[in-house]
Structure formats: structure tokens, C-alpha cells
Design a binder for this molecule. Structure first.
Ligand code: PLP
Length: 392
């Protein structure tokens, strides 16, 4: 495989070094804590713990290295990738690697809620101050920088509300200030948004979502550029992070079909989002590929796809109406997380998750994940649900 191979080819071949696969297609699943050494020489050599050398299970095995190598090669400009037990732990490793007591951190107001909880909890306890900014601030973020601003976090589009950020504009401002940019790139994955190539220093992904893709395991990935990699790697090891071998195997399996699945999620979601715009019970459709989405021009400029997750805002109604709608769905089940093969609907209230830009919509927000079912079946399910909503 070479850098010029097309994505579909690369997804099939990534991480399959003969030294890890030993002649079979998939790397064996190493269940390892202890590694044993036959000679004093090999024991002493292992203690140096070079990358790619067995030392102790937590420090990696060929199964883990195969996934890390594969994810790393998806991001142009990456110096290294570590796999963590969840997306949230990946965000924690990235932030903790760059911050220390007394530092100032800028985080978008549309952050994934556990990111906010981490900033307001553990990071605050460590003496790190978080300031939440308007996700659509763009290059104007310059005015928020203080002498002690070390990190700017971006998540594009925003969780639940889908504002698409001007990542290159924010990154340029951060670079001028000497601050590191960390991005939660779970929604687009490197297939639809090349984070490092757009000025991000550390790109984080919840592999739980599209990479694993089957709602049966949790993992996270942290991919860093050359400037930030040494500290990311050190922090990862110091925190004792590691993914379980069976989950890593599931991520490697998911990776092979990522492009196929993502393209299908993308196409079905775009079709359903356009269709929902014409439904009278729907006030707004918040989908980055639609011109009505805040920051749509940034999506058009920077992204090559839009995955399967977006939100709608319903006409104002009662809890009873909402219950009639969601309780009766045949295909859209309520559930946290997303990125699996199944469609999901999540009623949410962004009001309680904002501190800078209030969420003023009067109607109920419903986040939809469009799965791999037939798009006509999904539309029929939504049609019946919207009918129950207005007739209850
Ligand atoms: C945008 C985003 N980032 C990170 C995560 C966290 O991932 P995990 O569930 O693997 O911890 C989620 C999970 O819903 C998410 O939506």
C-alpha cells in the first residue's frame, strides 16, 4: 500500500504489516498482560520499550499497534496515534497532555456534554479555567486569548445543535498565539474531514461510533502531529490507558467497511434531512449539508461528507405528544451514542448544556441517527411518528 492508493484500498490494507499478521489476513487477537523473556538480553531490551516491541500488555501488542497504525494513516500529517478505552478517555488524554494548573482553555459552547463535565470537574479541580465560546466565532476568537491560553478545543459540527465551525480560521488564530488546537472529529471521521490538514494539532475520535460501527464496543483514538505527539504519548502511558484486545479487534473489523457504511449513512441522512424540511411539524432541520444549518458554508468549504447524525426541532408541543411520537417508532429506538448500523432518536434539551450562547428554540429537539435500514422504511416510520405528534 502507498499514500497514493485510493481510500477504499487503504481501508482494506491499513495496519496489516506481516510482522503483526504472521501470514493471516487479520492480526491475531493477543490477550496479554504478562510478556515473558527467555534471556537477560531480551528482558533488558524489552525494558527500553521501543515502539513495536513487546514489554507488557498495557504498553501494546501487535493487535493494538495494527489499529493505531491504521487510524494514524487516515490523518495526513499525523506523527502518532494511541487507542484509549473510550472517546471520553481520548478527550481526557488529549486535554491533560497539553494543560497544567493555571492554564486557560477555550471550549465551544456546543460541546459534547461529558467534555463540558470534564472541563468543569477534573480540569477545574486541577486549577485549569475553561471559557466557553460561540462555536461560530471563527477567527474572531483572537479577542478571547489571554496570556495563559494554552488550548482551544473545537468540535465540528457541535453536539446536538450542529454548528459547523471555521476550524482553519480558529487554528490560525491559535497558532499566532502559540496555543494548541484539539478537535473532537468523531462526527466526520478523517474520511470526511482531515483535521490535521486544516490546522488542528490533536484529532480525537470516539471509535465507538463509526469505526466500530456495530454498537457493541467502546474505544477512543488520539492522533497527534509531530509537535504534540511526545506529550500525548507520555500522558497516555502515565494515565495507564489501554483498549481491550477484543474491542480493538472489533474496531479493526469495522474499519474495513467504514467507507461503505459511512457513505450509506451519509446518503440516507441527506435524503431524509431534505425530506424533513418539507414536513409541517418540523420547525428546523440542523444538518451541516443543508444551507439552513449554522456554519453550512464552512461544511461546504472543508468537509467531503456529512455522516448520518443530525437534529430536528419540532413545532412546540407537549411531553404527551413527544411520547406518542417516540414510543410508537418501529425503527428509531431511543438511545445514547450513535454510529452503529441502527437508526436512533434522542430527545434532548440543549438549554441545560449552554453557558455563553443560550439555546432559544421553543420546540423539542430530536437528534436522529440514520442507520443502514432502507430509507423508505425510515421515512414511513418518521411520517407515522410526526402524524402521532400532531394528532395526540
Ligand atoms: C461527539 C462525541 N464525542 C465523544 C463521544 C464519547 O465517546 P465514547 O462514548 O466512546 O466515550 C461521543 C459519544 O456520544 C460523542 O458524541
Amino acid at each position: 500500500m502507498t499514500e497514493t492508493d485510493k481510500l477504499a484500498t487503504r481501508l482494506v490494507e491499513l495496519g496489516r504489516k506481516p510482522a503483526w499478521t504472521h501470514g493471516v489476513v487479520n492480526p491475531p487477537v493477543y490477550h496479554a498482560s504478562t510478556c515473558v523473556f527467555e534471556t537477560l538480553d531480551s528482558f533488558e531490551q524489552a525494558k527500553l520499550n521501543p515502539d513495536g516491541g513487546l514489554f507488557y500488555g498495557r504498553r501494546g501488542t501487535p493487535t493494538v499497534w495494527a489499529l493505531e497504525d491504521a487510524i494514524n494513516q487516515l490523518e495526513a500529517g499525523a506523527a502518532g496515534t494511541r487507542v484509549t478505552p473510550s472517546g471520553v478517555s481520548a478527550i481526557a488524554v488529549a486535554l491533560l497532555s497539553q494543560l497544567k494548573a493555571g492554564d486557560h482553555l477555550l471550549v465551544m459552547d456546543s460541546a459534547y456534554e461529558p467534555t463540558r463535565t470534564l472541563c468543569n470537574g477534573l480540569l477545574a479541580k486541577m486549577g485549569i479555567t475553561t471559557e466557553y465560546y460561540d462555536p461560530l466565532i471563527g477567527a474572531d476568537i483572537t479577542r478571547l486569548f489571554k496570556a495563559n491560553t494554552r488550548v482551544v478545543m473545537v468540535e465540528s459540527p457541535g453536539s446536538l445543535t450542529f454548528e459547523v465551525q471555521d476550524v482553519p480560521g480558529i487554528a490560525k488564530a491559535a497558532q499566532r498565539h502559540g496555543a494548541t488546537v484539539i478537535m473532537d472529529n468523531t462526527w466526520a471521521t478523517p474520511l470526511y474531514f482531515q483535521a490535521l490538514a486544516h490546522g488542528v494539532d490533536i484529532s480525537v475520535m470516539s471509535l465507538t461510533k463509526y469505526v466500530i460501527g456495530h454498537s457493541d464496543a467502546l474505544l477512543g483514538g488520539v492522533t497527534a502531529n509531530a509537535a504534540t505527539w511526545p506529550e500525548v504519548n507520555r500522558t497516555f502511558h502515565q494515565l495507564g490507558q489501554c483498549g481491550g484486545p477484543d474491542d480493538v479487534f472489533l474496531a479493526l473489523r469495522g474499519l474495513r467497511t467504514l467507507s461503505l457504511r459511512l457513505n450509506r449513512h451519509n446518503a440516507s441522512a441527506v435524503e431524509i434531512a431534505h425530506w424533513l424540511q418539507g414536513q409541517s411539524q418540523v420547525l428546523r432541520v440542523l444538518h451541516p449539508a443543508l444551507p439552513s444549518c449554522p456554519g453550512h458554508a464552512h461544511w461546504q468549504r472543508d468537509f467531503t461528507g456529512s455522516s448520518g447524525l443530525f437534529s430536528i426541532v419540532l413545532q412546540p408541543g407537549t411531553r404527551h405528544q413527544l411520547a406518542a411520537m417516540v414510543d410508537g417508532f418501529r425503527h428509531f429506538k431511543m438511545g445514547f451514542s450513535w454510529g452503529g448500523f441502527e437508526s436512533l432518536a434522542l430527545p434532548a434539551n440543549p438549554k441545560n448544556m449552554r453557558s455563553t450562547i443560550p439555546w432559544e428554540e421553543s420546540g423539542q429537539l430530536l437528534r436522529l441517527h440514520i442507520g443502514l435500514e432502507d430509507v423508505e422504511d425510515l421515512k414511513a416510520d418518521l411520517t407515522a411518528g410526526l402524524k402521532r405528534y400532531c394528532e395526540s
